[in-house]
Write a protein that binds this ligand. Structure first.
Ligand code: C2E
Ligand code: CA
Ligand code: CA
Ligand code: CA
Length: 270
């Protein structure tokens, strides 16, 4: 699709232009959404297997679109990342999560998903610490979930942020473990407190010996390195049994609860 200049042909691709138009609409809507408070956090329990009690909740972003209803983060986070909008949006998530968690019992940790783009921003650690201070939340009650890909392109800024936050007492969880370019060296070089085993492993564990073996191996790794292990996507009693049998520390999944609005989760945090 090139145009202009004498003697060149103007090629017009209507499909391409329609996609580009939709994207521009969505970009504009995202910015309006933040200004007009259309985002909300839903929370899903993180359950400790020992006493089967809720030791934390993961904050999961939702967009309450005026016409389209509740929009899943998988539909707008990638675009928000591409347009850099994840920085102000992610900042809002952290502030809101800290404010909410400040009202909850002390043993409940709040976990937030942080994009690599946020972590690579120079002022990221400072903005997290400001959010904690403003909310009056102890740093030990915030858990930052990052994926392995974040650690691949380590920048000076991201290492600074990690160190500053770590020194302040914030915890780090490695999200979706086993799906990315897993490198065990990350576990030595970065101060990871928790490994979240991607739900694809639990999904297959009953039928696939390799998936089960991987869960078992990560549980062993966590135990010997002093890293908490959590399995995502526990939907059935059988899967819960597997997590128990393999010595996993924590579980998360629909068996216990779907992500729920703050008001609904608050009643269950006693
Ligand atoms: P994630 O961090 O891996 O979050 C877990 C996802 O698994 C959530 O999807 C959750 O609803 C879903 N889930 C939990 N238990 C089960 C289960 O038992 N079975 C099944 N099938 N699914 C389960 P959700 O809320 O749609 O979020 C999708 C992804 O969007 C998240 O995956 C995360 O990568 C991203 N995301 C969500 N909120 C944020 C945010 O505030 N910031 C950033 N950067 N990303 C976010
Ligand atoms: Ca997560
Ligand atoms: Ca995950
Ligand atoms: Ca995931």
């Amino acid at each position: 699709a090139k145009s202009n200049g004498r003697g060149t042909v103007h090629l017009f691709d209507p499909a391409l232009s329609e996609a580009a138009r939709q994207r521009r609409v969505l970009e504009a809507e995202l910015r309006t959404a933040l200004a007009e408070n259309q985002f909300e956090l839903h929370y899903q329990p993180l359950v400790e297997l020992g006493g089967q009690r809720t030791v934390g909740v993961e904050a999961l972003l939702r967009w309450r679109h005026p016409e389209r209803g509740l929009v899943s983060p998988v539909l707008f986070i990638p675009l928000a990342e591409e347009m850099g909008f994840i920085v102000p949006l992610g900042d809002w998530v952290i502030r809101q999560a800290c404010r909410d968690a400040a009202k909850w019992p002390d043993h409940v940790v709040v976990a937030v998903n942080v994009s690599g783009i946020q972590l690579h921003q120079k002022g990221f650690a400072a903005s997290v610490l400001a959010a904690l201070r403003e909310a009056g939340l102890a740093p030990g009650r915030l858990e930052v979930e990052i994926t392995e890909s974040v650690l691949i392109d380590e920048s000076e800024a991201s290492l600074d942020n990690l160190e500053t936050l770590r020194a302040a007492g914030i915890r780090f969880a490695m999200d979706d473990f086993g799906t990315g370019y897993s490198s065990l060296s990350y576990l030595r070089r970065f101060p990871i407190d928790k490994i979240k085993i991607d739900r694809s492993f639990m999904k297959d564990a009953q039928t696939n010996a390799d998936a089960l073996a991987i869960i078992r191996a990560i549980a062993g790794l966590g135990a010997s390195l002093g890293i908490t292990t959590l399995v995502e996507g526990v939907e059935t009693e059988e899967q819960l049994g597997i997590a128990r049998a393999e010595g996993i520390d924590q579980v998360q999944g629909y068996l216990f609860s779907r992500p729920q609005p703050k008001a609904e989760i608050e009643g269950k945090l006693g």
